[in-house]
Design a binder for this molecule. Structure first.
Ligand code: KG4
Ligand code: ZN
Length: 335
């Protein structure tokens, strides 16, 4: 049995989680605090790194205290401390990782530096007793990544985006449509009232045999439509047509990857996987082709510390730890 405390501060959410687990049992999340800075960054139309790190340091201590309170445990009961060490904003990563190292050092406990993407990747399995071999799609604001997963720590990259990430495309199109930041949830909301067949946007690279993605052509097609229609365009129709293209590309490429890798389980994670239309498109496509579809519960899709604690728990139970002088890595790759 191990008790872990993890901090996530790679971008604009400050998060602390306490998790308990042992081999062969589903992990138990005892606390998961998230302090979102979305409102703060909204007036700037995107994340301002300086504001983000200042707010991480302002909120972190209170969140750690609240997590210990919620979990009804005392600091000395924690067996190991973890934090995201990359990828992300350097000044934000430093706040969380330095705090976790400080606690580990003061209490003489191990520290684990965790890759944010591994947190997303494993999050769909947090309530399960084991992680089966599977095909994974990570779709977030910074990444669109297809991976063949043999088991925890054994990953093979099959494809990734050659330009914008899917979430980034949502956010940029949201901005073009005059919707508040972040664009993802706003486009999903607008799309509910729109016709997904109103505009025939490109499904870039969908028919190509490789497993890479490209979303910049789609983004430009939306921009040209807006310029051509000069204010006469229906925002819900445009949002629904854009979203339909994204969904077809993501589902099409992921199923192609699962077939190539001969996996029967498909797991989708990351902020964009919160999108209900995307989830239901995956559900029906997987049911039709005989794949098991696994995704994280909604509160684990966007950035949180429970996913970091879970990735750290798996490594800790395997006897792994990181040196206390482990640096942050803003461009840390997963594979
Ligand atoms: O995983 P995440 O919280 O942070 C990163 O690691 O990037 O993902 C944030 C991204 C943003 O681009 C946001 O617009 C997108 O996830 N997102 C959504 C939805 N909710 C968040 N995209 C589409 N539909 C949503 N409902
Ligand atoms: Zn993320």
């Amino acid at each position: 049995m191990a008790l872990l405390l993890a901090i996530e501060s790679s971008c604009d959410e400050t998060a602390v989680s306490i998790i308990r687990g042992e081999p062969g049992h589903a992990a138990e999340v005892l606390a998961s605090e998230v302090s979102s800075q979305i409102e703060l960054h909204r007036e700037h139309g995107g994340v301002v790194p300086e504001l983000a790190s200042r707010n991480h340091s302002l909120h972190l201590r209170g969140l750690v205290e609240k997590a210990l309170d919620d979990a009804k445990v005392a600091m000395p009961d924690i067996d190991a401390f973890a934090a995201t060490i990359g990828p992300g904003l350097a000044s934000s990563l430093l706040i969380g990782s330095t705090a976790a190292k400080g606690m580990a050092c003061a209490l003489g406990k191990p520290f684990l530096g965790i890759n944010h993407l591994e947190g997303h990747l494993l999050s769909p399995f947090l309530d399960r007793t084991s992680i089966p071999p599977h095909l994974a799609l990570i779709v977030s604001g910074g990444h669109t990544l297809l991976l063949d997963v043999e088991g925890p720590g054994v990953y093979r990259k099959l494809g990734g985006t050659r330009d914008d990430a899917a979430g980034e495309a949502y956010d940029k199109v949201g901005k073009m449509l005059g919707l508040p930041y972040p664009g993802g949830p706003e486009i999903e909301k607008a799309a509910r009232e729109g016709n997904p067949a109103a505009f025939d946007f490109p499904r870039s690279m969908l028919a190509d045999p490789h497993l890479d993605f490209s979303f910049s052509g789609l983004k430009t097609a939306v921009l040209y439509t807006l310029q051509r229609e000069q204010g006469r365009v229906s925002v819900p129709d445009l949002a629904a047509s854009f979203q339909q293209a994204v969904i077809e590309i993501l589902v099409g490429k992921t199923l192609k990857a699962a077939k190539q890798a001969r996996r029967k389980v498909i797991a989708v994670s990351g902020g964009v996987s919160l999108n209900k239309a995307l989830r239901s498109a995956f559900e029906s496509a997987c049911a039709a082709k005989g794949y098991e579809f696994v995704t994280a519960s909604p509160h684990l899709c966007t950035d949180n510390a429970a996913m970091i604690a879970f990735a750290a728990l798996i490594r800790h139970l395997h006897g792994e730890s990181s040196p206390l002088n482990e640096d942050i890595h803003p461009n840390l790759p997963l594979v």
